[in-house]
Design a binder for this molecule. Sequence first.
Ligand SMILES: Nc1ncnc2c1ncn2[C@@H]1O[C@H](COP(=O)(O)OP(=O)(O)O)[C@@H](O)[C@H]1O
Ligand SMILES: CC(=O)N[C@@H](CCC(=O)OP(=O)(O)O)C(=O)O
Length: 259
Amino acid sequence: MSTPLVIKIGGAIMESPQALIELFKVVKTLQDNVQAIIVVHGGGCVADELLAKAGYTSKKVNGLRVSEPEHMPIITGALAGTVNKALVASANTVGLSAVGLALHDGQMIKCTPAEEFLGCVGVPTPNDDAFINALVTGNSVAIISSIGCLDNGQLVNVNADDAAVAISQLVNGNLILLTDVAGVKGASGEYLASLNHKDAQQLIEQGVIDGGMIAKVNAAFTAATQLRRSIAVASWKTPEQLITLQQGNVFGTRIEPNI
Ligand SMILES: Nc1ncnc2c1ncn2[C@@H]1O[C@H](COP(=O)(O)OP(=O)(O)O)[C@@H](O)[C@H]1O
Ligand SMILES: CC(=O)N[C@@H](CCC(=O)OP(=O)(O)O)C(=O)O
């Protein structure tokens, strides 16, 4: 089996069912070409909606949701339930054999508590790859939510970009972060072909890189530096570009290793 490709998709894709189908068709083509694929997904927008329906408001600090204990049943239901099961169902319609998981299934990922003010937020680290390897070699596509748990069994909410980094480290795979924009924009609004760590920190300080893009860019630097190869931030709206990745083409913004 080839080096696995870990594809992270942001939750906004749930609002475009057709885009989701097109993406999974590309995943099927890649898999037919013997490319092992693992999908890690977000769903922050769905969690926002379900929290609001329950009468809760939640805020994000640097792209991370402050996850109060009483919000966790709703956040867990949104990410590991509503979004995860809908994605598996969608993937199966194009002939994939998809399996929906959370980070702690098969003890894949262990989590430690993030800063206390964030509430039930977890920091993920790779743990045991036996289960995911068995799935991947069995030709299934794992679709993994960003819910995990601490050693004491408490469920935690993990930023999905961080979850994707941990999964790519677990399987020593390539990683691509697909979002609702074509890459990272610079100070004059143009998409950047590549981004180094120093320029990124400056753009964050200037507020040019903002909101969820801060967590995404930081997660991408962690992965790029650890895996010693650049990581693409690109759009799920043009999934056919994933096929050209196999031919060595680049697209989106390449986040360069910080070495
Ligand atoms: N410099 C930037 N370049 C591109 N997008 C940015 C930038 N700063 C903030 N964003 C915002 O970040 C969003 C993507 O982050 P996020 O919503 O967390 O994505 P996802 O749900 O895919 O993880 C974009 O839709 C855009 O509004
Ligand atoms: C701790 C934390 O922030 N968790 C995220 C997990 C989902 C996510 O990251 O979703 P997107 O990829 O769609 O943004 C959240 O609750 O929104």
